[in-house]
Every structure is written in C-alpha cells, then in structure tokens.
Design a protein around this ligand. Structure first.
Ligand code: SF4
Length: 202
C-alpha cells in the first residue's frame, strides 16, 4: 500500500521475530484509491522486499517476468484459480469487478466455469503485450488491476516495458534478490503473491 511500501524491511524483521515468513500482496483499488501505489512506489516496495530476505516465491506476473524469474504464465486468475465469495458468487480473482456465476453452478457443472465470459476476460492478453518478450510469463500483468480500472485491454499500469528499455534496465538494477531454498508455501499458485523467507542468508 502507499502507506507501507517503504517499510518492507521492518515488516520482514517483525515476521522473522515471530518465526514467520512474510507474505505480501499488492493493494488493489477495489473500493478506493487512498492506498494505491504509484508506479515508483510499486517498484520501490518490491526492491525493499527483495533486499530484506531470500525470495521464496513471487507469482505477481509482471514482477516475476521483469526480474527474470519467468516462472509464471500470467496471473493465476481464470487459469488455475476460482474464487467463491461470501455473496455466493464465483469470480476468477477476489478483486475481479464482476461475478462469473453462482456457487451452486460450480457444483452443477464444475468445468463450465472456465469458459464463462469473466474467466475468458481474466485470461485476455492486451494487444500491446503480444509482441513483448515477457508475454509468456507476464501476459499483460494483473488482469484484475486492469479490469478494476476499466483498462483490461492495456498493459499493467506498473509495466516498465512501455516506458522503454532504459526503464526496464533501471528497474532490474533496483530489484536485487537472493532465492531461498525451494519451499512449498500454501496459496502460492492461486494468487499473485510474494513470500520472503524468515531465514537469513549467511
Ligand atoms: S508489455 Fe505487457 S506483457 Fe510485456 S511486461 Fe508489460 S504488461 Fe507484461
């Protein structure tokens, strides 16, 4: 969030004191813009996070691609993730702005959900991204972020590629990271998330 992006090191230290890894999800402006990160805050937040400890997983597709991990295949929403919300609705992502159906429909015909319009929209890749060298792993970045802003057809608002190669190089220099030993962490594959290990690199 815009209020704590510069405190990632402190948050990792606090989690470490409790014997915990730190999991971070980027704030999404579902109900308002008060906590939305600016472009610079987004990347400074990740730089601070990566500097604070070994990286266990980063499934935020844009970040994953830009730092060279390239282990994602777009966001999991609509591909490997189905969310059931308290209102009884189904969406590809908790932040997705429209319901794809009702929970009982999932029980009636589980596989049909993937073909529903909102799931197809969540998997859509913006035209401007199709020739990008990161498209296989990034696929346009966070589709929910684009959809919330009614800009599903444009690259992720935090994309440095659209700002030019010098900007990509600058962001890559900012984001220095050490990989943790591989670890199984819950919910790493069904949400755009980043986990920093409680273990310190020696
Ligand atoms: S241009 Fe599109 S695919 Fe390429 S990094 Fe930016 S958002 Fe991702």
């Amino acid at each position: 969030m815009s209020t704590n992006y510069d405190k990632m090191g402190e948050l990792v230290s606090f989690a470490r004191e409790l014997g915990c890894d730190l999991r971070v999800n980027v704030y999404q402006p579902v109900t308002g813009e008060e906590y939305t990160l600016s472009y610079e805050q987004f990347w400074e937040g990740f730089a601070g996070l990566f500097a604070a400890g070994p990286l266990v997983v980063c499934s935020e597709p844009l970040v994953n691609a830009i730092v060279g991990l390239e282990t994602t295949r777009g966001n999991p929403c609509g591909r490997t993730s189905i969310r059931a919300l308290p209102a009884g609705t189904i969406t590809p992502c908790p932040y997705w702005p429209a319901a794809a159906g009702r929970i009982h429909q999932l029980a009636d015909d589980p596989t049909s959900m993937w073909g529903r319009r909102e799931f197809e929209r969540a998997r859509s890749v913006p035209e401007a991204c199709r020739s990008c060298r990161f498209v296989a792993s990034c696929a346009g970045g966070c589709a929910s972020r684009r959809a919330i802003r009614n800009r599903l057809d444009t690259p992720d608002e935090y994309c440095p590629v659209v700002r030019g190669e010098q900007e990509v190089a600058r962001i890559r220099r900012m984001l220095q990271y050490t990989l943790s030993n591989p670890a199984e962490v819950p919910k790493a594959g069904n949400a755009c998330t980043t986990v920093i290990s409680r273990n310190v690199v020696l």
